[in-house]
Write a protein that binds this ligand. Structure first.
Ligand code: CP3
Length: 332
């Protein structure tokens, strides 16, 4: 049997690999019951026993092929000195970004603060079946910047015209993100996914500079260290083709707005992943199976990892996800 790591490294087609973005999260009652007792989300991510336990919840329930470590992309800005508040229904809010403070970080302090994440990975690896992959992840620099500088909330004040400043931030972030990847792999993770969830906000030149090139630096770092890497530049439409040509990751996760037929034709020499709209899981079984069938049929003769086009939404009924998994496993 090939696992996710082998599929990515060898473009294998002889097995189905299934995992989901946000597979450990609020749609699961077993997660909600832990979360209720731990109102501070960052502290929960930094509790290695609980974080490992949460990581394994969807594996226990569905026997998925890969586990993704329970943490958050914002743990990196947190470890670099910004406080974070997860306001219910409003998304994360970060304390004011101060460039001098950000540039003044030191790596020893950073890895010390994130040590519980690495411990959680080590603990999870010990409990996880050897054949299963443990996925580490980071947020891409641009997506982190949208939260660090509050770009989405105040587009006029975000100082994006200060390109020099943004470049300095990106350069420093790449350094710390590569370190975070290295530490996660040393702790026992086998694959990395880079989330660029807000790549779709960028146009043309900015897309090159703020999305493609930073992703490329990180992918090159992974390749030098023989770490299989999946990129997820969400929302960039047909620019996925340029992304693939320039960045050349092992895997490319496609979002639900991308036409899967177009993706199959235009995104070659890469293992494709995902695509199906997570909101389909809120529909009838028939609709869910039809949609899954569409993706499985289109990608039947290329290496493909079953996943969704973004994270599982909290309103999802866990039994429906179970039915989808069974359908995908049994579909020929
Ligand atoms: O199961 C997994 O996928 C692993 C854990 C994981 C989380 N966040 C846990 C989480 C992963 C891989 C992430 C990535 C992440 N975090 C992204 C990239 C993927 C994406 O969704 O686009 C982004 C943009 C974030 C930032 C973030 N974290 C937001 C915007 C929010 C709040 C709103 C939301 O989408 O839930 C979070 C909180 C968060 N991260 C939760 C979980 C389970 C919910 C926390 C809660 O219980 O309130």
């Amino acid at each position: 049997m090939s696992n996710l790591k082998n599929i990515l490294l060898n473009q294998k087609m002889d097995c189905k690999s299934i995992w989901f973005m946000r597979q450990a999260g609020r749609y699961l009652p077993e997660f909600r019951s832990i979360r209720l007792k731990h109102p501070n989300f960052i502290n929960l991510c930094l509790n290695s026993d609980l974080s490992s336990q949460i990581t394994l919840q969807p594996i226990k329930r569905y026997d998925l092929d890969s586990a993704i470590i329970f943490s958050d992309i914002l743990i990196v800005p947190y470890a670099m000195g910004q406080e974070i508040d997860f306001v219910k229904n409003k998304g994360p809010k970060l304390s004011k970004f101060v460039l001098e403070k950000f540039l003044d970080n030191n790596k020893e302090n950073f890895t010390k603060k994130l040590d519980p994440v690495y411990q959680a990975i080590a603990k999870t690896r010990k409990k996880l079946d050897k054949r299963k992959t443990l996925i580490a992840f980071i947020g891409a620099p641009w997506t982190l910047i949208t939260y660090m500088l509050g770009v989405k909330n105040k587009p006029k004040e975000n100082n994006m015209d200060d390109k020099n400043k943004i470049e300095k931030i990106i350069k420093n972030l790449i350094d710390y993100l590569c370190l975070h990847i290295k530490k996660q792999i040393e702790a026992g993770a086998n694959v990395v996914q880079i989330f660029d969830s807000w790549a779709g906000l960028l146009k043309d030149l900015d897309l090159q500079k703020l999305c493609f090139l930073p992703n490329l630096s990180i992918v090159d770092f992974c390749k030098e260290n023989k770490i299989p890497v999946i990129c997820f530049p969400k929302g960039i439409g047909k620019k996925y083709k340029d992304f693939n040509r320039i960045v050349k990751p092992n895997g490319l996760s496609i979002d639900y707005n991308l036409n899967p037929e177009w993706a199959k034709k235009n995104l070659t020499n890469v293992v494709l992943q995902g695509g199906m709209d997570p909101k389909v899981l809120l529909e009838s079984d028939k609709k869910i199976f039809n949609e899954a069938k569409k993706y499985l049929d289109i990608f039947k003769d290329v290496p493909y990892i079953f996943n969704l086009g973004h994270g599982i939404v909290p309103e999802t009924n866990p039994d429906k996800l179970g039915k989808l998994i069974k359908f995908v496993r049994e579909y020929k």
